[in-house]
Design a protein around this ligand. Structure first.
Ligand code: GLY
Length: 374
């Protein structure tokens, strides 16, 4: 194809799409408003949990398909970049506290089974055999055998390095100011007062997508802040797998750190870390694994998830030929990157996709406002 593909946003999603398209012989350029890979992709926990827990039922098949792609995706990125991504396939443990623990466990169990997610109830003694540091006050537990985790910062670096090695041009510090339209077709972008021609433009700018004029009606994204804390163990207690409750989660890293999260805040683009946010996260982490109360806090940060009105991602063609969306991945961008890349490649190369993706269409917001005002 002549002018190739222009991707707006150089995070996990944009980088993964770039690698996928470059491997299929397309010319690709990425535009990032700053240094790529430093927003939600950098801030994430790296939990790969294709479960139903956020009322996002249509997402489960996509999340599972993406999880299934993960081992080969990581291997290809590591091979192309020469960098390691810290991917580990390992069960996730969901634990419940308090008087309603068993009822809550049963709800989460049946919700997940109803969408085909593998999950088993285990008694607390068994959960403590799997995770000796688990709080003995836990009253009920579920094991999700088909999960994993990845060092999302290392993976994002590896994806961007792989993209470069595959010939992708990366424009750093170049915010896209407009989408170029000619004769009812998207023909490129304007960035830093320069025009770049493209046969396709893919919007992958996370929560910043709605700020690009011309994209906002397809991608009404908004930032949902998540604060995070990294801990280093002070006691011999270790955490082997992801453990979560209704209040928070802990994700072990291969480098001996452990990442704890998170808050869900509507705070605009303000990436502050607050005493209230940190104390909520640290309380939830210590409730899961009490020995973490004396761990060393080694880092705190926050990131901006790309939220959408229905918490579902925004994927696929728009009614402007040449313009595609790949944004709004909310809490699941790291997990969904491999399958998002495949879908965008199928739309561009084949003109159609191999799965039912109507629930993610960028046109659904216009339809909704039409219905609302009729
Ligand atoms: N997926 C982790 C989070 O949203 O906090």
């Amino acid at each position: 194809v002549g002018a190739g593909v222009l991707i707006v946003g150089g995070g996990m999603i944009g980088g993964s799409i770039a690698c996928e398209l470059a491997r299929h012989g397309l010319r690709v350029q990425i535009f990032d408003r700053q240094q790529p890979g430093l927003e939600a992709s950098w801030a994430a926990a790296g939990m790969l949990a294709p479960t139903e827990s956020h009322e996002t039922r249509p997402l489960v098949p996509l999340a599972q398909a993406s999880f299934d792609l993960y081992p080969a995706f990581v291997a290809a990125v590591e091979e192309a970049s020469g960098l390691k991504a810290g991917f580990v396939a390992s069960a996730g443990l969901h634990v419940f506290f308090g008087d309603r623990a068993e009822a809550e466990r049963d709800e989460v169990l049946s919700l997940n089974r109803s969408v085909g997610v593998s999950v088993e109830a285990v008694d607390v003694a068994e959960a403590r055999r799997l995770e000796p540091g688990l709080n003995p006050a836990a009253r009920a537990a579920l094991v999700f055998p088909n999960e994993g985790r990845v060092d999302n910062r290392a993976l994002t670096d590896a994806v961007l390095a792989a993209a470069s090695k595959l010939g992708v041009g990366i424009h750093r510090g170049k915010p896209v100011e407009a989408i170029e339209i000619e004769n009812g077709r998207c023909v490129g972008v304007r960035a830093a007062e320069e025009t770049f021609a493209g046969d396709w433009v893919v919007m992958a700018a996370g929560c910043f997508s709605a700020q690009v004029p011309g994209a906002e009606r397809y991608a009404p994204t908004r930032p949902v802040r998540g604060q995070m804390v990294a801990l280093r163990y002070a006691e011999p207690v270790r955490v082997a797998q992801v453990i979560r409750s209704e209040r928070g989660y802990v994700v072990p890293r291969e480098d001996g750190r452990l990442v704890a999260g998170s808050t869900l805040e509507d705070a605009g683009f303000e990436k502050r870390v607050t005493p209230e946010g940190l104390s909520q996260i640290l309380r939830a982490a210590a409730e899961l694994v009490p020995a973490l109360s004396s761990a060393a806090v080694v880092e705190t940060w926050s990131g901006l998830r790309p939220g959408t009105p229905d918490h579902l991602p925004i994927l696929g063609p728009t009614d402007l030929p040449g313009l595609l969306m790949a944004t709004g991945h909310y809490r699941n961008g790291i997990l969904l990157a491999p399958f998002t890349a495949r879908l965008i490649r199928e739309w561009i190369v084949q003109g159609e996709v191999s799965v039912e993706a109507g629930a993610f269409s960028p046109l659904r917001f216009e339809r909704q406002s039409f219905q609302a005002t009729r």
